[in-house]
Design a protein around this ligand. Structure first.
Ligand code: SAH
Ligand code: SF4
Length: 383
């Protein structure tokens, strides 16, 4: 099946920069405490270290600084001391593709030569960055292309935060006043990987994303999506406090066992119990249930009715995602009329049920397609 419309996306190969010097510790991604300890170890007087962390965070996360030379509120001798010990590094852009609809996909290289993808989706009222949490995924959801790529490793906090820095560099999104419109206004942990199998790094990165001296995004502008790692869901509410999305996709255990195999470990009942216990649920803070529309598999009227019954009592919105095919995928996208009929049933039960318009299809940036372009690039490079 060929998804690509007859348009040529802008395809850039950007110059590679020199590999990071491992003698210099990367300040990106360090918690306040860790940075404070590192600054003291490098010779910063203890009494000043807390203030220095605040200054450095503002340079790195508000202004987009990439080195210490421009940090004019720090004495020259101190900037030199910092430069001796530290660096401000982000992942290296290998390629950047811009879709006809404005979606941007970055292929980034991280330590060890691994590659990840990050997608920026501009909309009229917001700009959403879709961030990866792992290289590949250990789970094997049968409709997801990322699931066919075995896990290589978890990302570190600096690699997760670094994806935000790279996008803001590319979009010239630095130095905006608090009331000014920002191009990266929302984050979704919906890229490659299962964020709840990399909880600590995701939490540490999101703490920086939410900190007023960090990226300074409200916790309500961040959504973490999980396929259903039930024991970690409560921790998302307690330790991160962002919004939650669940990759639900089926209304009976036998079907969900097939589509989202983690269901064999924690079934629909257990997953929904964890959702009901999620803190601060209200109409303003709803859980998003993602539901991929697969022709003849999970898209009947009976499924829609079961779905609303299952989630009853949970403040929720249902995101209907038309299946995005990939080479060799065993499913087909439901017909638009079927998606509409399904959405109407959900809607009549009182739940918003927006159909997610596929974005960036021409550059394989849509949900569940991350990996393919990476592979394509690898093949192209090899030939
Ligand atoms: N691993 C996490 C985060 C990824 S989010 C999770 O599964 O929740 C990516 C979203 O896109 C998930 O809801 C996923 O189920 C969905 N998705 C995966 N493959 C897809 C495809 N081919 N078409 C449409 N949606 C897909
Ligand atoms: Fe992994 Fe999410 Fe894809 Fe499932 S849908 S294989 S959990 S990335």
């Amino acid at each position: 099946m060929n998804l690509s419309p007859p348009i040529t996306p802008e395809f850039l190969t950007l110059p590679r920069k020199a590999a990071a010097d491992s003698a210099h510790m990367n300040l990106v991604g360090l918690s306040r405490e860790a940075m404070k300890a590192a600054l003291i170890a490098a010779g910063t007087p203890e009494a000043q270290a807390g203030m220095r962390v605040g200054q450095l965070w503002q340079w790195i996360y508000h202004r987009g600084a990439r080195d210490f030379t421009g940090m004019t509120n720090l004495a020259r001798a101190y900037r030199e001391l910092l430069a001796e010990h530290f660096a401000i590094e982000r992942p290296e852009i290998v390629t950047r593709q811009v879709s006809a609809d404005g979606t941007r996909k970055y292929l980034l290289r991280i330590a060890g030569g691994h590659e990840i993808e990050t997608v920026y989706i501009p909309e009229t009222d917001r700009g959403t960055l879709c961030v990866s949490s792992q290289v590949g995924c250990t789970l094997t959801c049968s409709f997801c292309h990322t699931g066919t790529q075995r896990l290589v490793r978890n990302l570190t906090a600096d690699e997760i935060v670094g994806q935000i820095l790279v996008a803001r560099d590319d979009l010239a999104d630095w130095g905006r006043k608090p009331d000014e419109k920002r191009l990266v206004s929302n984050l979704v942990l919906m890229g490659m990987g299962e964020p709840l199998y990399n909880f600590d790094s995701v939490r540490d990165a999101m703490k920086i994303a939410m900190d007023s001296e960090g990226i300074a995004l409200s916790r309500r502008r961040i959504t973490l999506s999980t396929s259903g790692v039930v024991p970690e869901i409560a921790r998302v509410g307690d330790e991160i406090g962002c919004l939650l999305a669940i990759s639900f996709h089926a209304t009976t255990d036998p079907v969900r066992d097939q589509l989202v195999p983690i269901n064999r470990k924690w079934n629909i009942g257990e997953l929904l119990d964890a959702c009901r216990a999620y803190p601060r649920l209200s109409n303003a803070e709803r859980i998003t249930f993602e539901y991929v529309m697969l022709k003849g598999v999970n898209d009947s009227d009976a499924d829609a009715r079961r779905l609303v019954k299952l989630i009853s009592g949970i403040p929720a919105k249902i995101n209907l995602i038309p299946f995005n095919p990939w080479p060799g995928s065993p499913y087909e996208r439901s017909d638009p009329e079927r998606i509409e009929a399904f959405g109407n049933i959900v809607n009549r039960a009182g739940y918003a049920s927006p159909v997610r318009t596929p974005r960036g299809e021409d550059i394989m940036a849509a949900c569940g397609q991350l990996k393919s372009a990476t592979e394509r690039v690898r093949r192209a490079r090899a030939s």
